[in-house]
Write a protein that binds this ligand. Structure first.
Ligand SMILES: *Cc1c(COP(=O)(O)O)cnc(C)c1O
Length: 224
């Protein structure tokens, strides 16, 4: 029952924010709608949710087409040949992780005469299965992408490993926060930290998340 799920979730987000001395309003809840129906998305809108996340270009298309007015975030791995389908329809791409993708984003943004708002995805867990830039490559990458005038880097994104005890994810999130601080000192503006999912959002908020991406806790168990 989404309404009850949402109430519990909001309450948990508020408490985690207060524990870390932050205003709960500074945290954006992104409802991850992969595999949920248009009707369920509409119900979520009625609850007051404004931001939505999808991770697969093709599967998201019908939803975006029916509800283009919503704030859609692209949170999945992005192939360069799909950039043209993503850029016009999403307000933020959370998964910039390589220079070849930056080049394609710049090219398409020029073509569409717009900017590309992105987060840089960092692999903070070192797992080979996870996408994302290696942390030590981040400063050089930010420097290179700053040469692309159509790309606006808004912050960083990471995914922690799925573990039973969410406390084990804390090092990933604190690493992302530290990387942001180091690179802000180097002169980059990185306001957003997109981190935390159903299993670990409270820890992520305690470590400074400004955006949490949550599916199962809102819509019930979601198939990957
Ligand atoms: C599916 C997904 C989420 C949400 O996962 P839940 O565990 O259902 O909250 C968040 N981020 C990304 C990148 C995802 O693919």
């Amino acid at each position: 029952m989404p309404a009850e799920n949402y109430k519990i979730l909001k309450n948990n987000i508020n408490e985690a924010a207060l524990r870390s001395g932050r205003n709960p309003d500074s945290i954006t809840l992104i409802a991850v709608t992969k595999t949920v129906t248009v009707e369920e998305v509409r119900r979520a809108v009625n609850l007051g949710i404004t931001d939505f996340g999808e991770n697969r270009v093709q599967e998201a298309k019908p939803k975006l087409k029916q509800m283009p007015e919503l704030r859609w975030h692209f949170i999945g791995h992005l192939q360069s040949n799909k950039v043209k389908d993503v850029l016009p329809h999403y307000i933020l791409i959370h998964s910039l992780d390589r220079l070849s993708l930056a080049k394609e984003l710049q090219r398409c943004a020029e073509k569409f005469e717009r900017s590309a708002e992105v987060l840089v995805q960092v692999n903070t867990s070192g797992e080979a299965s996870k996408f994302g830039l290696e942390p030590e490559k981040l400063p050089g990458f930010l420097e290179q992408v700053s040469g692309y005038n159509r790309i606006r880097i808004k912050g960083l994104m990471t995914m922690a490993p799925f573990v039973d005890d969410p406390e084990e994810t804390r090092p990933c999130f604190s690493m992302l926060r530290r990387l942001r601080e180091e690179n802000i000192r180097a002169g980059f503006a990185l306001p957003e930290l997109s981190m935390g999912m159903t299993n670990d959002y409270q820890v992520a908020i305690e470590e400074g998340a400004t955006m949490v991406r949550i599916g199962s806790a809102i819509f019930g168990q979601i198939k990957q």
